[in-house]
Design a protein around this ligand. Structure first.
Ligand code: AHG
Ligand code: MN
Ligand code: MN
Length: 333
């Protein structure tokens, strides 16, 4: 019988790795876990309450917003913002940064994608929430601004995601390994289920939207042709797995090995995925689990951000597989 360790207890244990910590990080991550429970409650019964379908608006990304996107966004902002531990927040669903009320004691910035995989909400396919946490640089939390959000991914103090699937799993890192917790609805707790996740150095899955083949650069097309050739010595052809929810594709590859690629396309020359609340948090987790994450050339965590919603190409997963994809992207192969 595995030990019953709640995520709050685990975070407290992790806290001992931060001698200078004041317990705040524990509270922050517990706040995120609480917000995840609220979002989960609606996601698992989405078909029964009026939060399916479109909200009738478009977000800063120019994408149709689903009701559950907004519901999750509101829940996270209110459930987490109420404690004032975050001085500032940035959300995929809000064009501008969010300043929580009574943030005068907040030391951290929260960047998040409240509901990842929106296109899958109404058809009962796994979706997720992704979050990234930084210490603010501003000495006065009341003056916290966009510059406290636009920090390199290497500056993150914590990152994680929740995947609302056949079971609900929350995965996080504070720089001391990657740990997963499965929600037990009978007690309303996230319990430790995947301690110290280490991702395989190479896998047999590749994840890319082949439907965009005509929009890909020739380098990407060459990579795709390569990965599908018969060659048992290099484990090819790989199997394709593409769910359309980044969190779900990432989580599978993290556990089984594999590579996820969202390359530049004619529609999205800088890639579709967003650096601050998709690329950076997942790159931090991936590297902590022994994997690799780049934009095809640069380490994701080294990218110096200039805009809250800036996009990046994303090559992420098992180190060997990401390197092969990069060599094609760089024209080396
Ligand atoms: P979001 O729902 O937060 O906008 O994210 C959707 C993203 C990501 O989850 C997924 O991997 C990707 O969009 C799928 O894009 P395509 O449909 O272009 O493949
Ligand atoms: Mn997303
Ligand atoms: Mn989203």
């Amino acid at each position: 019988m595995s030990k019953l360790i709640t995520i709050e207890r685990h975070i407290l244990e992790q806290q001992k790795n931060f001698p200078e910590a004041t317990g705040e990080l524990t509270d922050l991550l517990s706040d995120v876990a609480f917000a995840a429970k609220l979002v989960r409650r609606e996601v698992v019964r989405a078909g029964l309450v009026d939060i399916l379908g479109f909200a009738g608006s478009t977000n800063v990304q120019g994408e149709e917003v689903k009701k559950l996107d907004l519901f999750a966004n509101d829940k996270i902002i209110n459930a987490i913002g109420q404690h004032g531990r975050f001085a500032i927040m940035g959300s995929e669903e809000n064009e501008e940064i969010i300043t929580p009320p009574n943030n005068e004691n907040g030391s951290y910035a929260l960047l998040f994608d409240p509901l990842d995989g929106s296109s899958n909400i109404d058809v009962n396919v796994s979706v997720g929430t992704i979050f990234s946490i930084y210490k603010i640089k501003n000495s006065d939390p009341r003056k916290a601004d966009i510059s406290d959000c636009l920090q390199k991914g290497s500056e993150q103090v914590a990152a994680g995601y929740v995947i609302y699937g056949s079971s609900v799993v929350m995965v996080y890192t504070t720089g001391h390994g990657v740990h997963g917790f499965t929600y037990d609805p009978t007690i309303g707790e996230f319990l430790l289920s995947h301690e110290n996740i280490v991702t395989p150095k190479h896998g047999k899955y590749y994840s890319i939207n082949e439907g965009s083949y005509a929009q890909f650069n020739d380098t990407t097309k060459k990579y795709l042709d390569y990965i599908k050739e018969e060659d048992s010595a290099t484990g090819r052809p790989y199997s394709t797995r593409y769910i359309g929810s980044l969190v779900a594709d990432f989580h599978r590859n993290l556990l089984t090995g594999g590579v996820f690629v969202y390359p530049p396309t004619t529609k999205h020359p800088n890639g579709k995925l967003r650096l601050m609340y998709e690329g950076n948090p997942l790159a931090y987790i991936c590297e902590q689990a022994g994997g690799r994450a780049t934009d095809g050339r640069r380490r994701i965590l080294d990218i110096d951000p200039s805009e809250l919603h800036q996009r990046t190409p994303l090559y992420i997963g098992s180190e060997d597989d990401v390197r092969v994809a990069e060599e094609f992207e760089q024209g080396i192969r």
